[in-house]
Design a protein around this ligand. Structure first.
Ligand SMILES: [Cu+2]
Ligand SMILES: [Zn+2]
Length: 198
């Protein structure tokens, strides 16, 4: 019977390594408890099925102060958007995913308009129809955000969307109510808050 014996130098090396405290302990798994540092203004926070999008006020002059956040989580019923926006006027506000990851103003219809570089509503099926969250038009047509008299907002659910649909797009909140019909934006007026989804 043959015994398999480790060569002595290898065995000694193994013992030595085994006895030494590891100078570089493995880092905590990413995506679990990543701290949000004070200056991480532009970093969206991702977990397994949730993203938080930082929103800014927008005008024809450009991107303004923080307007709060919108957290999105993927569920079996679609994407649930939890808006926590500041300074939102009471009432309904059109809410859409726009094509481009930009919130800058741009020329549109002969005038400089807030967040116009975000482009049109996300429409991967090229429907060219603004038909609201339950229609078969733009995928980016979300349910309106309703702000109460204190400016607080409820969650809304977009049943047709997944988190992957949001990547490299922008999220736009408009001044007025969305009629879910009129092209191109449901007569919801100017964008008032915008965030880039990375
Ligand atoms: Cu919009
Ligand atoms: Zn639309």
């Amino acid at each position: 019977m043959k015994l398999r014996i480790l060569p002595l130098p290898l065995l000694a090396a193994g013992l030595l390594l085994g006895c030494n405290p590891d100078p570089n302990p493995p880092a905590a798994p990413s995506g679990t408890t990543a701290p949000v540092s004070g200056n991480a203004v532009d970093k969206d926070r991702y977990t397994a099925n949730t993203i938080t999008i930082r929103m800014n006020k927008v005008t024809a002059d450009g991107i303004g102060d923080s307007a709060g956040t919108i957290t999105v989580r993927e569920t079996a019923d679609g994407l649930v958007f939890k808006p926590e926006l500041q300074g939102l006027q009471a009432g309904e506000h059109g809410f859409h995913v726009h094509q481009n990851p930009s919130c800058e103003p741009a020329m549109k219809d002969g005038e400089r308009q807030a967040a116009a570089s975000a482009g049109s509503h996300l429409d991967p099926a090229d429907t060219n129809q603004h038909a609201g969250p339950d229609g078969q038009g733009h995928l980016g047509d979300l349910p309106m955000i309703l702000a109460d008299s204190n400016g607080n907002q409820q969650e809304v659910t977009a049943g047709r969307m997944k988190l992957d649909d949001l990547k490299n797009r922008s999220l736009v909140v408009h001044q007025q109510s969305d009629d879910y019909t009129t092209a191109p934006s449901g007569s919801s007026g100017s964008p008032i808050a915008c965030g880039i989804i990375k």
